[in-house]
Design a protein around this ligand. Structure first.
Ligand SMILES: Cc1cc2nc3c(=O)[nH]c(=O)nc-3n(C[C@H](O)[C@H](O)[C@H](O)COP(=O)(O)O)c2cc1C
Ligand code: SF4
Ligand code: SF4
Length: 382
């Protein structure tokens, strides 16, 4: 059987399946459910100096799009201490997420969670909700100060949760690395508004919220790939992951471990158990000896945009189609290169086709592919 254990900076996890910070880890009893389900590590909801009032409602779900206005833990520090005594983490790592508004607060909190039994601290720099601590996530100097203070206050590893907004700033990443951090979690929820009732000109939510769930997965995948390609950090991938397949994608682009968050609203702790099993089965079926073998496996197949060869290709109808009820290919062709001829079906006009790929992507029956001998007009242009 493939070995599921992974190294995440200075942490050794029995498997890469983690639970992200959020209300599903709001207290030790909730954390225990994920420990019992077999998670490699569980991250607490962000712990702050004071208990936070939860705005109600705090969830605005629209299909796969999830928006929330839930900011940090609703427990007082004393309550965390009292309840944590009953927790049995066994071989699962406890990572405490903390959020503070000053360097002193962050220092105090990190020391506090170490005493609580944390195996690592996850420093939350930012929340997409509210306007607190803008400088914490944008000023490289400030971030470096906060991290150095935190590292100084504890003996356990300090991870940083990177918001998407700063994941691409070289000076911020350098400051985090220079301050001694080995692992980053990425990404946090994006800032979003679910929509506006245009009859009453009223936003569907009272304030900006955190936008998460399946639709942000491509953003999270790109962030992981970019971090892996350009930085030496261990990466804990997060954002839109729904199942083992999505997790494998994250790992193939460079994540050493991954976190479930919004998906828990649909599948609860069962998701953890299923993912550990599915990951194990997939690795065994594909002949991998260790899950670490798949980390970054897809990256060499990525090409820099500038290095992509300019090839003259155009759409080819693989099979005849007469599905007037569909029409997706014709409607979406902005080059007017597809026409419908009564009695003959759809036809691709090669001299107009620019090979953009849209028709192939939308065809529900895989009737179109890209390729073929370049049409005359292409040959002329080249
Ligand atoms: C309701 C809710 C509350 C959250 N609370 C926290 C939090 O306290 N601390 C934190 O670092 N991230 C928090 N997050 C962000 C998640 O940990 C995660 O980074 C984000 O939701 C993206 O992952 P997803 O698309 O899989 O949900 C919260 C997310 C949601 C949906
Ligand atoms: S590849 Fe693009 S341009 Fe060519 S037929 Fe399809 S949608 Fe039109
Ligand atoms: S998208 Fe595919 S199935 Fe739909 S009309 Fe075009 S070729 Fe036919």
């Amino acid at each position: 059987m493939a070995d599921l254990s992974v190294k995440l900076g200075d942490l050794e996890l029995k498997n890469p399946v983690m639970v992200a910070a959020g209300p599903w880890t709001r207290d030790p009893a909730s954390i225990q459910r994920y420990v019992d389900a077999g998670a490699g590590a569980v991250i607490t909801e962000s712990i702050t100096m004071d208990a936070n009032q939860a705005s109600r409602p705090y969830l605005y779900r629209n299909g796969e799009q999830i928006f929330n206005t839930k900011l940090h833990s609703t427990l007082y520090l004393e309550q965390w201490e009292e309840l944590a005594a009953g927790m049995d983490m066994r071989d699962c790592k406890l990572i405490c997420s903390i959020w503070g508004s000053t360097v002193t607060e962050v220092r105090y909190l990190s020391n506090y969670v170490q005493r609580l039994g944390a195996d690592a601290v996850e420093l939350s720099l930012y929340a997409p909700i509210g306007s607190r601590n803008q400088s914490m996530c944008t000023s490289a100097e400030h971030i470096a100060d906060v991290i150095r203070e935190t590292m100084d206050a504890v003996d356990i590893p300090v991870m940083v949760k990177l918001p998407y907004e700063v994941s691409f700033f070289p000076e911020v990443l350098q400051a985090i690395y220079d301050a001694g951090v080995k692992t980053v979690s990425s990404i946090d929820a994006l800032r979003g508004i679910s929509g506006v009732d245009i009859e009453t000109a009223t936003p569907n939510m009272p304030t900006y919220g955190g936008y998460s769930g399946t639709p942000i997965r491509p953003v999270a995948l790109a962030t992981t790939a970019m971090l892996r390609q350009y930085t030496p950090f261990y990466i804990c991938g997060c954002g839109g992951i729904q199942n083992a397949e999505n997790a494998i994608e994250q790992m193939m682009l460079g994540a050493s471990a991954f976190q479930f968050a919004s998906a828990l609203f649909s599948r609860g702790e069962r998701l953890i158990r299923d993912t550990v099993n599915d990951l194990q089965n997939w690795l065994d079926q594909h002949g991998y000896r260790s899950v670490e073998e798949i980390i970054g496996l897809a990256l060499p197949r990525m090409t820099a945009f500038e290095a992509i060869p300019i090839r003259p290709i155009y759409a080819v109808a693989e099979k005849e189609c007469d599905r007037k009820d569909c029409d997706l290919c014709r409607q979406g062709c902005i080059y007017q290169a597809i026409e419908y001829v009564k009695g003959k079906g759809y036809r691709i006009l090669e001299d107009r086709c620019e090979g953009c790929g849209h028709c192939m992507s939308v065809c529900p029956e895989n009737k179109i592919r890209l390729g073929g001998i370049p049409p005359v007009s292409y040959r002329k242009r080249n």
